[in-house]
Write a protein that binds this ligand. Structure first.
Ligand code: NDP
Length: 457
């Protein structure tokens, strides 16, 4: 019997559908289609690539509601947040559509002895994207748009719990003119990834997901001498300085921590608060979190929806319990909600410090951890006491001072008075164990292209 991917609605445990996985022959056939697709697509005039990208952005805009609904059903994202996801996604596609001609323009250089010397960007093959379920559209677009802009073709290995999203997204790419072979969804398990990376057609792999998955894929890519880009999450700090407007700081912290029901790589997972404002901040935070509207992902006023999977919810609960056993104080939440589905109560832990699981581990769900800092120096020290380094936010009314603090964070993205937010024009990515390489902006463009030197004597 053939293996299937099963989509389950995490709001009520209902099975949404079964999608057949590829067997080995079908996978080989898909890779051959991609080989043929690449042979053709790499020669497509740049203007045609631009038209298709523009068509894709338009299709995403036109199908916002359908996309947000599938995402809500398959991984539980509140519908209105799914609409937001479609908007950043189409913005990224449009960025590459609007800029690909200038990004691809040959760059002449004056070099000794050359009548002509220039740098050009050529495609290299198929890029494999191993993608997670938390932003099922945005993550895919983030890797696919710059590669298609540059003439590479894309192979998508999406997370096993979002096959309906993968199928719908693939149809959007196909309808925009990126046909099977140019954009190809591979409904496979992660056990097939190694063989695909070793296929001569594949020129690189990009993965967004856990540290463990990233490590495994990067090892295989290293073995195959192929480039990789890794975006592996973080335990990002949000520092509240002593001059912060406390109400505003609480609002930013709640948005930064509880958006997407806490399941974002760059969520504000450690709230590091200067002592003079600790009490007021914590009191208001607890009050605000207790008032978060827990509800069906499709309801317009829902702020907290189910987590994406029960196993991940259970892992989170285990982390919370270990955090409490090791000295964290539970202020609210901290429990599995007694109903079908993957629900977890929005939670606030205080008295969190280095050595505690809520400080040292990534809590991928609706749990805010409050950490006290003696002063701004101590806050920076605490923030940088972390194996990850994705993003970081500093909140304060003296914006210059906040900026100085933000620039000293060991992260790829420093934000002041705003939680880490993706913008098409700005690079997204981290340092330390958050991974390497950048997505979005011009920095997301060249990762898997051949930056070719051309020299004519
Ligand atoms: P995973 O990292 O396991 O999944 C992400 C993607 O990687 C999926 O497509 C998955 O496939 C694939 N994958 C997993 N293991 C391997 C492997 N060894 N080789 C190749 N591909 C692999 O995340 P989970 O869904 O299991 O979530 C676990 C934790 O990961 C979360 O709690 C969170 O901490 C972190 N995470 C971080 C994200 C981020 O944005 N940086 C996003 C999602 C999760 P499959 O689904 O088939 O297993």
């Amino acid at each position: 019997s053939r293996k299937t991917l099963t989509a389950v609605n995490p709001a009520n445990d209902q099975v949404l559908g079964e999608h057949e996985m590829l067997d080995d022959d079908q996978l080989a056939e898909k890779l051959n289609q991609a080989r043929e697709g690449y042979a053709e697509f790499r020669h497509l005039p740049v203007a045609d690539r631009r038209h298709r990208l523009t068509a894709l952005a338009d299709l995403i805009d036109q199908h916002q509601r359908e996309i947000a609904e599938i995402i809500a059903h398959e991984m539980g994202k509140p519908f209105h947040q799914g609409i937001d996801e479609t908007q950043i996604s189409s913005a990224i596609v449009r960025f590459y559509a609007d800029n690909l001609e200038s990004l691809l323009k040959p760059q002449p250089r004056q070099v000794e002895g050359a009548q002509k010397a220039e740098i050009v960007h050529d495609p290299m093959g198929a890029v494999l994207g191993v993608m997670p379920w938390n932003y099922p559209l945005y993550q895919v677009v983030r890797f696919a748009a710059p590669n298609l802009a540059g003439g590479n073709v894309c192979l998508l290995k999406h997370a096993s719990n979002v096959p309906g999203c993968a199928k719908y997204i693939t149809k959007l790419f196909h309808d925009a003119g990126f046909k099977e072979g140019t954009f190809t969804w591979l409904p496979i398990g992660s056990d097939k990834v190694e063989g695909i990376i070793h296929d001569p057609l594949v020129c690189g792999v990009t993965l967004t997901g856990s540290y463990e998955a990233g490590r495994s894929v990067a090892k295989i890519a290293g073995d195959a001498i192929k480039p990789s880009v890794l975006e592996l999450g973080g335990i990002d700090p949000l520092i509240v300085l002593d001059d912060a407007d406390v109400d505003k700081a609480v609002e930013l912290a709640v948005n930064g921590r509880f958006d997407n029901t806490g399941q974002s790589c760059a969520a504000s997972k450690r709230l590091i608060v200067e002592r003079p404002v600790l009490e007021r901040f914590t009191e208001r935070l607890i009050d605000r979190v207790q008032k978060l509207t827990i509800g069906d992902p499709m309801d317009g006023d829902t702020e907290i929806a189910p987590m994406s999977r029960k196993d991940l919810r259970d892992d989170l609960h285990d982390q919370v319990q270990r955090a409490i056993q090791q000295g964290a104080q539970l202020e609210t939440g901290g429990e599995v909600l007694d109903r079908p589905g993957a629900w977890y109560a929005p939670t606030v832990l205080t008295n969190v410090a280095p050595g505690n699981p809520a400080f040292d581990e990534e809590l991928f769900g609706p749990v805010a951890s409050v950490i006290v800092a003696d002063d701004a120096e101590h806050a920076i020290e605490l923030a940088n006491n972390c194996r990850y380094g994705l993003g970081g936010t500093v909140v304060g009314q003296d914006v210059k001072r906040a900026e100085q603090v933000a620039r000293r964070l060991e992260v790829g993205m420093s934000f002041v008075n705003q939680p880490t937010t993706p913008f098409a024009e700005l690079p997204f990515g981290g340092v330390k164990e958050s991974g390497y390489g950048r997505e979005q902006s011009e920095y997301g463009f060249g990762a898997f292209l051949n930056v070719r030197t051309v020299y004519i004597a």
